[in-house]
Design a protein around this ligand. Structure first.
Ligand code: SF4
Length: 296
């Protein structure tokens, strides 16, 4: 196991935002051991857990100051559809698929009236396209018939739509309506368990336990930061511990590659100098836009 890097203080983004993230990772990987910022004790108190969790969130906020939803969307309906399509695939693949979909069916009324087979073919690259087409047709018809063609801004209404669970509802609420929500996807669940914020496996329980560690106002951005970190650094099979800026706060340091140089090669997207997931990333995104379907 390599030397645990010290807690770093990543500066806010430099004028050249495209190079900021890789530099942050390189800095973390090259930092000497702090020694004092050690693995939390097995009997960490609730107060200590809250402090450590919030410190991780602050560190991630510095590293991913540009964190954002990684689905391309221009309105709540597009975000709702894109989130439904994102099940069992990458946001990149969804982003490469939705331009043609939204051009064909810009409103719930248009999509509800779509020919099912045509719709299936348009969303085929995202996988599970028959079930997803059924969800899109069902939720579009429900929006048209029950909500006047508008996406509702309440969780109880959103989860009443076909194919929409709490995760999708929270993505839409947090990013299209500004209502705080925690998005427990596969990355979020894995990371918060690695950090010992919770031991729960059930997404609703994870949402409740992690939510209790933070003020509501942090929930949406916390979700983006954790998911960013899961996609770029703390991967499922090979976490890049040796290039991880929050290694000194992580009880699972050493679960992945600890050699800084080897770990650096595991970094993905803008942290690894590669294109991101969005074809149309926000202006402050420091990496390259994703390429359209077929141009990868
Ligand atoms: S497991 Fe490794 S990569 Fe993941 S947060 Fe901990 S130190 Fe970082």
């Amino acid at each position: 196991m390599g030397e645990r890097p010290a807690a770093k203080k990543t500066k806010a983004a430099s004028p050249d935002r495209r190079s900021a993230a890789p530099k942050a990772a390189a800095k973390a990987a090259a930092a000497p051991s702090a020694g004092s910022a050690a693995t939390p004790p097995k009997t960490e108190s609730r107060t200590a857990l809250v402090r450590r969790a919030r410190r991780i969130n602050r560190e991630l906020a510095e590293v991913y100051s540009y964190a954002h939803p990684e689905l391309d969307f221009e309105n709540p309906f597009q975000l709702l559809c894109a989130t439904v399509l994102s099940a069992q695939t990458t946001d990149l693949r969804v982003n490469q698929t939705t331009p043609a979909l939204f051009a064909a069916y810009p409103t719930p009324e248009d999509m509800a009236a779509a020919d099912p087979e045509t719709l299936e073919q348009l969303i085929r690259p995202t996988g599970f396209f028959r079930a997803k087409a059924k969800s899109l047709l069902g939720l579009s018809a429900a929006l048209r018939d029950r909500f006047g063609g508008e996406v509702p801004g309440r969780i109880e209404d959103l989860v009443s739509l076909p194919g929409v669970g709490r995760k999708t509802a929270n993505v839409v609420l947090g990013n299209a309506f500004g209502v705080p929500g925690i998005t427990v996807d596969t990355h979020f669940g894995r990371l918060v368990r690695r950090w010992k914020w919770t031991e729960q496996q059930d997404a609703d329980r994870v949402e409740a336990e992690v939510g209790s560690l933070f003020p509501k106002s942090e929930w949406t951005m916390l979700s983006h930061r954790v998911i960013f970190h899961g996609r770029r650094v703390c991967h499922s099979r090979k976490p890049a511990c040796g290039a991880c800026p929050i290694a000194p706060l992580c009880p699972s340091y050493g679960e992945g590659e600890t050699d800084p140089e080897k770990a650096k090669k595991l970094l993905k997207y803008e942290m690894g100098g590669q294109p991101g997931q969005r074809l149309k990333p926000p202006p402050d995104y420091p990496g390259l836009p994703a390429r359209p379907l077929g141009a990868e």
